[in-house]
Each structure stands twice: as C-alpha cells, then as structure tokens.
Design a protein around this ligand. Structure first.
Ligand code: SF4
Ligand code: MSK
Length: 615
C-alpha cells in the first residue's frame, strides 16, 4: 500500500479503496484538493468580495495593496458579509429540507400522499398541543406558516430555557419567520446596505437560530411523526456492508422522504424475485451520509460510509444504483459512475447532476418512483463486471437511534439518573461532536481521536452526521466501547447498557441535541450556557456546518472547529467570534485542528462550568 493513503484516511476500508483508486487512475476528492494547491489566500481569509460588478475586490492582508473595495468596504465588512452568506446558505439548506418534510406532512393530512402514514401518533399529538391546534391539518398549516411568518416567534424556539429566550429578545435576535431571516441576510449583504460587522453578525445569529430551533427542528419532528421516532437498534457500518452477491443500492443525501420508500420497495417479494431472476441472491440497500443516518436509525439499514466515502463506494464496482436526493452529493459522481456499470440516479426536483439519470420524486407518487428506481437497479445487476468488483471486507457493528425520547427511556423514564451522574461527577459533562469530513484533515482522524479523548475523560458524547458514522466505523457506538471510557462514564454506560457515544441522527437532528440541552438546563434551573457542555465539528466543510456552529453558539454552547473558517482576514470578526461573543450570547468559538488539543479545550470548559455550578 502506498504511504499517502494513510495520510488521507485512518479508516482501513477507505485506505484499501484509495489504494485501488490510485492504481486504477480513478480521481477522488483528495486528488482534486491536491490539484487546487495552493488554494486562494484571499478566499481562505475571507477577503474577496463579488457582491457587485464593480468588483471582484480583494483586500491585501499585508496592508501593502488595497485596504478597501471599490465601494469602500473594509476587510471587516467583507469578511462579515461573506460569513453571513455562508450562514444563509446553510440555514436555507436545512430549512428547505424541513419545508419538504412539512409539505409532505400537509399532503398526508389532505389524503394526497398515499405512500405515507403517520407512524408516531403520540408525537403528533404532543406537537398539536404545543401549537394549540386540534387537527392534523391545522398542525400542518401552522408549521408551514413558520417559514413565511413576518413576525415571530417561531414556536419551537420556546423550547429553549426562558433565560435564553429573554436574552435573544434583548439582543434582537429572536427570529421571525425562517425564510424572512435568510432573505434579510441576502438583503443586508447586498452592496451598500448593512456595513457594520457586529450588526451583520447578530443577523447571522438570528438566521441560524431560525435554522436550529426552526427549520432543522421541524425536519426532525415531522420525520419522526411520519417515519417513527428512532429507538436503539443495531446495525453495521463501512464499505464492507456492500454485498458481493446482491443488488446494491446506495441511498445518499439528506432527506428520508424517498429513501424510506426505497427501503420498503426493495423488501417487496416481487422485487426480490426479480433480483433472483437476474442472478442476485437479494437486494441490499445501504446508506451514505445523512440519508444513511435516517434509514440507519429507523430501520437498521447498514451504512456504507460518510461524506468522503461516496466516491470510494462507487469505486467498489459493486453498486448497481447510487440514488441521491439533496446536499453533500459530489458532482464528480457522474463521471466516476461512468467508469463502472453504476447508475447514478438523481431524484430531487431541486438537484440535477452531470452524468445522472433523473427519476424525479414527488410525494404523491413516491412509492411508484421508489419501485421504478429499485427495478432499474435490479435490472442493472447483469451489467456488473465481476473483474472490477472489490469490496473491502471491513465493517463494524454499531448501536444507533438515541432520540431524546429513547435516551429518557434508557434512563428509566426521566433525566434524573443522567443529572445525578453529572452532579456526582461520574459523568463530567456532555460533548456534542458533529459535522462533515474534509480532505484537508485526514479522513475520520479528527472525529475519532477527539471523541476517544472525550470519553476517556468521562465526557458523554452525543453525535450526529458524518461524525456519527466515523464513530460507528471505529466501534465507538457499541456498549463495549465503554471499556475505552474513564471509570465514571464506563460505570454509567455498563449500568444502562448504552455506548459512551450516543448516535442521535442526521445533521438536522442536531435539533435533538438542542432539545436535550434545554431539558437538562431546565431541570437544573439554569441557562444552556451554564451547562458543563461543549460542541465540536472536527472536520467540517459545508455551509450548513457554519449555520450549525452559529446556532449552537447562539444557544450558549462553546464550540471548537477543526478546520479554519474563512474569517481570519478580519481580526475584528475573528475576535468577536472567539471571545466577544461570550459577553453577548454566553458562548464563543475556538479553532483547533489537533483533535487532542480540541478535546482539552472542551474538557477545560466543562470543568470550569462545573466549578461555576458548584459541582
Ligand atoms: Fe467590491 Fe464593494 Fe462591490 Fe464588494 S460590494 S465587489 S467590495 S465594490
Ligand atoms: S452529511 S453536512 S458532510 S455531516 Fe449531513 Fe456529512 Fe456534513 Fe453533509
């Protein structure tokens, strides 16, 4: 094996496939990152502006060239505006996902989406009570109205502790409608509108709160209503879940709306019989990224990998169909799929890709589309070239599906045992570790090392997204992983039979972490910012992660980023985010690329919060 694959990933299955890709001349994201070197220094610092056609303008960070854009915008203004546009894009992505689920829920209540039913009636009734409405239809309409609401508040923001809501109101960042806040960012960052960096960033926080406590939370809650609230279940993770003798269908992206139907269609006897007729022994659906997390935690569907493994999965030559919906899908997949028999199938009316076959999904005909996709995959099995098949024989068992409801139930019906363990010091605090992969960081290295260090120090970890999948592959989502934890956490996990790292779902399910944090803060009679808790995104890359970071900090949680955000071109913005924010929202960001040092920062913070609480 060549040396550099170990410099690209710590995951043996990925190393195996990277080695194969190198030998076969198949290009991956790591190769393309190399070809991008050196990356634009102005872009890295956030110092270039294309917001009008007098530009593009860029500020010389060494103070020798231009210090202002043509309009007079300074480094501080340009960096703040660029950051805000990242937040807007991230909040838009999560919230449009939430809107899609809300739209489906509305169609179900109108009887227009026969493929779907309400699976969690009790949760729907709790939501109806929360909204003060009497019918499913009224709930659907009230939730849909959250997006276009001209005045606040967004209902779910009131799940935050009262002190937090008061603070948001005082700061003027209690969000109005979700769409309104995103539009206002685009307006304020247009040339010649808002040119005060602090004022700009406060609007970024407001829009991000509308994401976390709005769009993302709507997605989570209604997905639970439609598809069931996750409960702990066992499955497997990594490329070894692909089956050599079965039709392999990968569902990739973020929305479970179609993938739920694909899982059901692939289990139909008619489809299985067709697969057998085509020479396969069955149909194997596997997940990727957050669509993978969704079907993993609700159905135990095995997951083939996280963000940086999407190309590696196709390169196994054993994938009949790579079915994608929205977000985190590399446009490179089309050309790569063209080197194999793999059908690259796009399904969202919002997302088309070069080299893809488009089989458009609509809620009204979801099951028919799912069947057509599964049939396409099955009929493609005969085109598989066995000489090109290489599936790494590597997969790991995992325990997933810790919704807040499931955590409370594992604790025997209330949060008290958890609070007791935190108070006694058996559990020092909570670490929320989330986010993507990024080839700038050795794949999974940041995730796995940070999480291992936290649990070793008795910090209970909750995880979502690609971090959750990195932890699954590393065996950290198993009750046995408690042996890697410190004595206190180990004792609690062994007593409850749970892993020291709790899988809470997909990216939008970071809203579950907010709900859990609010519940713990309320039980202790404090604000979220007082809790012995810290967050981290060790390998983040997406704009959604920027919005997530902003709403997590706005909610009062100290957060460590493992890749550097493009803000260092403005010392004013950088210091606002890393220290000034503490005086405003009670929490701030830190940037630390070394996962062990990042863990140390989180542990220091947790210990100092414990001292302040007198624990
Ligand atoms: Fe340049 Fe100002 Fe236009 Fe940006 S908005 S491109 S800084 S002139
Ligand atoms: S999939 S946003 S790479 S976590 Fe949610 Fe992973 Fe990040 Fe996409």
């Amino acid at each position: 094996m060549s040396k550099d694959v170990r410099e690209r990933s710590i995951d043996p299955a990925s190393q195996d496939m990277l080695d194969l890709c190198q030998r076969a001349g198949l290009e991956t994201a790591w190769d393309r990152l190399e070809k991008q070197q050196p990356q634009c220094g102005f872009g890295e610092l956030g110092l270039c502006c294309r917001n009008c056609n007098m530009g593009p303008c860029r500020i010389d960070p060494f103070g020798e060239g231009a210090s202002k854009g043509v309009c007079g915008a300074t480094a501080d203004i340009i960096v703040a505006r660029n950051l805000l546009r990242m937040i807007a894009a991230g909040a838009a992505a999560h919230s449009d996902h939430g809107r899609g689920v809300a739209h489906t829920f509305k169609l179900v209540s109108e009887g227009k989406a026969p493929s779907y039913q309400v699976k969690d009636q009790a949760k729907m009734e709790r939501l109806m009570e929360e909204y003060g409405v009497e019918s499913q239809m009224a709930l659907a309409e009230a939730i849909m109205a959250e997006f276009g609401r001209q005045e606040g508040p967004i209902r779910f923001t009131r799940r935050a502790p009262a002190k937090r809501v008061e603070l948001w109101e005082k700061l003027g960042i209690d969000p109005r409608g979700i769409d309104r806040e995103i539009v206002e960012i685009m307006h304020r960052t247009h040339i010649g509108v808002d040119n005060d960096p602090v004022h700009l960033i406060l609007q970024g926080l407001r829009a991000s709160i509308a994401d976390g406590w709005g769009g993302s939370m709507i997605a989570t809650e209604l997905q639970d209503v439609l598809f069931g609230t996750p409960t702990p279940t066992f499955s497997e993770a990594n490329l070894g879940v692909l089956e050599p003798n079965q039709v392999n269908i990968i569902v990739h992206g973020h929305e479970p709306l179609l993938s739920e139907m694909i899982v059901a269609a692939a289990a139909e006897q008619e489809m299985v019989d067709l697969a057998k007729k085509e020479g396969a022994v069955g149909i194997n659906v596997a997940g990727m990224c957050c669509t993978g997390n969704e079907v993993l935690m609700r159905h135990g569907v095995p997951v083939a990998g996280n963000f940086l493994q999407q190309e590696l999965a196709v390169a196994t030559g054993a994938v009949e169909a790579m079915v994608v919906d929205i977000q985190c899908i590399m446009p490179a997949l089309g050309a790569l799929a063209g080197c194999f028999h793999t059908k690259f199938i796009s399904t969202s009316p919002k997302a088309k890709f070069p080299g893809a076959t488009h089989m458009e999904f609509h809620e009204e005909t979801a099951m028919q589309t799912a069947r057509a996709i599964v049939e396409t995959a099955v009929l493609n099995y005969a085109s598989r070239n066995p000489a090109k098949v290489h599936i790494p024989n590597i997969k790991t068992k995992c325990m997933v599906g810790f919704s807040v409801e499931a955590i409370v139930s594992a604790l025997g019906g209330s949060l008290d045992p958890l609070l007791g363990a935190i108070k006694s010091g058996a559990i020092r605090g909570l670490g929320a570790v989330v986010g993507c992969n990024n080839p700038k960081i050795v794949h999974d290295w940041g995730h796995v090392n940070l999480v291992k260090e936290l649990i070793k120090n008795d910090v209970l970890v909750v995880t979502t997204g690609c971090n959750a999948l990195a932890c699954a592959k590393a065996g950290l989502l198993l009750p046995e992983a408690a042996d890697m934890a410190g004595e206190g956490l180990k004792g609690v996990c062994k007593a409850l039979g749970v892993p020291p790292v709790l899988h809470m779902g997909s990216c939008v399910d970071i809203s579950r972490i907010l709900v859990a944090a609010a519940a713990i803060a309320n039980a202790l009679g404090v604000d979220i910012s007082d809790l012995p808790a810290a967050g981290a995104a060790p390998e983040w890359m997406s704009e959604k992660a920027v919005s997530i970071g902003a709403y997590v900090v706005s909610s009062g949680v100290f957060t460590v980023l493992g890749t550097v955000p493009p803000v260092l071109g403005s010392s004013a913005v950088a210091s606002l985010l890393t220290s000034g924010a503490r005086d405003v929202v009670g929490a701030a960001f830190a940037v630390e690329c070394d996962p062990l040092k990042a863990a140390a920062l989180m542990i220091d913070h947790i210990e100092s919060q414990r001292r302040k609480l007198g624990l």
